[in-house]
Design a protein around this ligand. Structure first.
Ligand SMILES: [Zn+2]
Length: 96
């Protein structure tokens, strides 16, 4: 399991914690920019954890480049994340 990720020169810690189900739904992950921390719900399936980390990385990139409007657009963030997740998973040699 990945424990740290560098985003825009800042090292974010990744913590795997159990977040209980609430109102019949699970929270997947969340990011705290001030603490440089991503918390992932360890209850979730492993691939869901991966895509959730990528989702939070997309938030961090948008935050760092000052795109606060896009950063607040969950539909954009999730669509962008899913597209990149598929490309990165299905093309292992893409990034050396
Ligand atoms: Zn989000």
């Amino acid at each position: 399991m990945l424990e740290k990720v560098k985003i825009g020169g800042i090292e974010y810690n990744i913590e795997y914690i159990e977040i209980p189900e609430e109102d019949g739904a699970y929270a997947f992950a969340e990011i705290d920019h001030a603490l440089a921390r991503i918390q992932v719900n360890s209850v979730c399936n492993e691939q869901i954890q991966e895509v959730s980390i990528l989702h939070e990385i997309v938030h961090a990139v948008l935050f760092n480049i000052g795109e606060q409007k896009l950063n607040g657009n969950e539909k954009f963030v999730e669509c962008f994340t899913q597209a990149w997740y598929q490309v990165l998973r299905d093309n292992k040699g893409l990034i050396m």
